[in-house]
Design a protein around this ligand. Sequence first.
Ligand code: TYD
Ligand code: MG
Length: 460
Amino acid sequence: MAKTKTVFFCTECGSETMRWQGQCPACKEWNTLVEAPASAPARAKKGGGAVASAARTGGGAAPQRLREVQGTESQRWTTGLDEFDFVLGGGIVPGSVVLVGGEPGIGKSTILLQVAARLEAEGRSTLYVSGEESALQVKLRADRLEGAAGEVSILPETELETILLRTAESNPNVLLVDSIQTVYTPELEGAPGNVGQVRECAARLQRFAKQTGTAVFLVGHVTKGGGIAGPKTLEHIVDTVLYFEGAGGLDNRVLRATKNRFGGVDEIGVFRMTAAGLVPVANPSELFLGERAQGTSGSAVVATMEGTRPLLVEIQALAAKASYGAPQRVSTGFDPKRLALLLAVLEKRAGLSFGQLDVFLNVVGGIRLAETAGDAAVAVALASSVYDRSVPTDAVFIGEVGLGGEVRPVGQMERRLAEAARMGFRVAYLSPRARPAKLPAGLRVVEVEDVRTLTDLVFR
Ligand code: TYD
Ligand code: MG
């Protein structure tokens, strides 16, 4: 037999190249290519090709009319952990593979153990494969969680073949693998956690899921640099990718769908880590606004959209006299280039001067403001800090700011306003073109054409 063929994988994006390069040709990251054996199916092809072998044995799937395909979309298994079900798009889809990524210690094992316990309570069988902790460690954790996890089957194992064998024997509805980076197959060279191993094991588990209808959850640690393959290398193999993130260094945790074949992307679920595990937060806006200081300058609120859900988020700005050298611009949770743009627009169109000021911008609660709907609130927070005048606490600002200083409408206005009204806000500053036909009770709209009118009206 010929020498095992090796290829190069990028530890960041997982793309494959035939030869080593300093920079990954796909994602342009530097020094991320590592050598690994080519995956097993690729090697198998050499012996005559898959087509030829399938033709010989008569095996494999046969074509079928779509209308003959069995099964409906409505078959989902809910966990009763509402925020988790919601992020998945309404529960677990049988035969799907879900990757749960996040930094070590963020709560991936905790939430999957809770999910397993809930599923057992709903009459679904589960198998929790632990490659990182012993059965006793998992049990001790389970004992602290709300809800009994006693029915969950645990298997401390890291070899893929054994995992597949035991899973096939007990035939659970849901298999949970914690973590994919500890699983390895002896068919491939290389230590567990290297890109080739992680990809091959994930691909085999994916095939297993599709064949048996078992839903599979994979835990994937996010690591910065280093030799372990991050979840990014798996994103295109799995059906759904959920990232678990901390929010603001507190006990808040945000679960975000970044890929979902069975639901919307960018949906978030919010949890709080407690002594009894993760508790869903039914009212995230309340959580993110909870710490808001009253009557201080430099704070404004926006109703942003996270997936299909509106969320009220506070933006804080601090503009302070620069002590030396070039003034600093630091932003957390907001695109620094967009901040630079808004500073220039405020300077040119609203007569504010930032030339001698350090500017710090922070989106509270660890939320990343990705949409432009936050521009107006950022502008108001900046102006508030420069004038050292506070913004009325019952005002919310929704709109994109253009280069001409004009305030532009953004989508989903009705949902945003409904959430603002629900959270007790009384006045919303918007573009005249953004005003919806019907306003929620208790909320009035102030129409603003441009940033100058906006700052004039708020701080007059
Ligand atoms: P864990 O689920 O082990 O994280 P991961 O699997 O992502 O590495 O969570 C670890 C942290 O969560 C640890 O610091 C302890 C804390 N924790 C609680 O606060 N309450 C709990 O009920 C549990 C189980 C963990
Ligand atoms: Mg863990």
